[in-house]
Design a protein around this ligand. Sequence first.
Ligand code: TYD
Length: 136
Amino acid sequence: MNNHSDLLDFRVIADTRGKLVALEGDKEIPFSIARIFYIYTCAASRGFHAHIQTHQVIICVSGACTIFLDDGKQRWQYRLQQPHQGLVIKSMVWCEMHDFTPDCVLLVLADTPYDESDYLRDYDEFLQLAAQKNER
Ligand code: TYD
């Protein structure tokens, strides 16, 4: 496990009707939630960026996909396929999403409103900033 990322295991409330997972900011989710978005019917790889400030939790509520992560020093990956797990993506971690199943739905919780200036979409620029951060 890399210290920039972590898998959260959420409590599942299950009965004969099915399963339910309830999430609150600053409780199960380790930040105050400012934004939610979801992606589905993904036909090609996505992501390919890091965030300067934003922290996120990605939950694969249906299907499966592979998340590649890179903090500028190490690369690691997860196959997300459990609706009761959340993957924490901290700031300054390059993230790519690959190999979606057709039924994959990714729910993303973020601690900031959408702001394009928070994105690093150029990998070399990301590496430069990550190296500066790691020197500090
Ligand atoms: P993008 O970040 O490229 O998607 P991905 O990370 O999945 O590859 O976002 C696609 C488009 O959606 C882009 O025009 C920005 C817009 N967008 C918003 O308007 N608000 C949001 O919260 C997000 C995540 C994206």
